[in-house]
Design a protein around this ligand. Structure first.
Ligand code: R5P
Length: 292
């Protein structure tokens, strides 16, 4: 008897195919919809007793989804799932990782406390671990963190000649150094001062020695796009080269993509943790799903 059952939530067909990769598993049947008054309705129509339920949930723009997810995971449990594994390739609410001002909601912790009891394992890709070093500092369930960087490195190696990796801020040092070590190319790391959601100042460094190389800006998240935009502007001013921008999670709030292209970016490339037209790097097959 098959012991694994798979439920995709808010995921595209491309994401499902990448995730399922070589796996031949039972696909769970369910209904998730809204009543006319917008309250949530969830019904699971598959036999769950003794099975491990794998839930692949595309979790960007989380607010309209979160209650549906809570109802769904709790219903899996009540219908007899032996184990619930939540795969959130992009894990939201990771960036309010402290109370920056008195009275602010520490939303990372509140969100983690909401999800933790509902799943036995949480798997995610490159979560925004900055002031929090380890997901288990806040998530009280088993966690697994995967990195898209080996796939990003392979993409660069196969598609871009003479790369110079640019980390736009100190946090990105971890990613550019890892990629540079894998494909043997130079990297530099800038510094960033953020004074608001859309207000970012990049403190760069002289790049004359690298002017023959193709700059590639690497970051985990592209949200408002301003981190990338200010870095693009600096590179064009300094070495007159249109950079390529690579982000793991392309949130693209408002007109972020258009603004990035207008700033002089040559091309924007993202991983498929969030489905978007810029997806060029398939990373969901990084998740290993045992089927026995
Ligand atoms: C934060 O430091 C992250 O690593 C990203 O740099 C940030 O989330 C990007 O946000 P935005 O696109 O709004 O500048």
């Amino acid at each position: 008897m098959q012991q694994t059952i798979f439920f995709p939530l808010w995921s595209t067909q491309e994401q499902i195919e990448d995730f399922l990769n070589q796996y031949d598993v039972e696909i769970g049947q369910f209904e998730m919809r809204r009543f006319p008054d917008q309250e949530s309705y969830v019904r699971i129509d598959s036999q769950l007793k003794g099975k491990t339920a794998w839930v692949l949930a595309q979790m960007h723009d989380p607010n309209p989804k979160i209650l549906d997810l809570v109802f769904f995971l709790q219903t899996l449990r009540e219908c007899g799932a032996k184990r619930i594994v939540l795969v959130a390739p992009y894990l939201p609410y990771m960036r309010q990782d402290k109370r920056f001002k008195p009275g602010e909601c520490f939303s990372l912790v509140v969100f983690a406390n909401l999800l933790s009891p509902l799943c036995d394992e949480l798997i995610t890709i490159d979560p925004h671990l900055h002031r929090t070093n380890d997901l288990n500092e806040v998530y009280h369930t088993q966690t697994k963190v995967l990195s898209a960087m080996p796939k990003v490195a392979a993409y660069i190696q196969d598609n871009i000649q003479n790369p110079l990796l640019i980390g736009p801020d100190e946090e990105s040092q971890q990613w550019v150094s890892q990629i540079a070590a894998q494909i043997h190319c130079p990297y530099v790391v800038f510094r960033k001062e953020r004074s608001g959601d859309k207000s970012v100042k990049i403190l760069s460094m002289a790049l004359d020695a690298y002017s023959a190389l193709q700059p590639i800006i690497i970051d985990d998240i592209i949200s408002s796009g301003h981190t990338m935009i200010e870095t693009v502007k600096d590179l064009i001013q300094q070495i007159n080269k249109k950079p390529i921008c690579i982000g793991v999670h392309g949130l693209f709030a408002d007109d972020a993509l258009a603004n990035l292209m207008r700033a002089g970016c040559q091309k924007v490339i993202t991983c498929n943790t969030i489905a978007h037209s810029t997806n060029q790097i398939q990373v969901l097959s990084l998740v290993h799903m045992p089927t026995q």
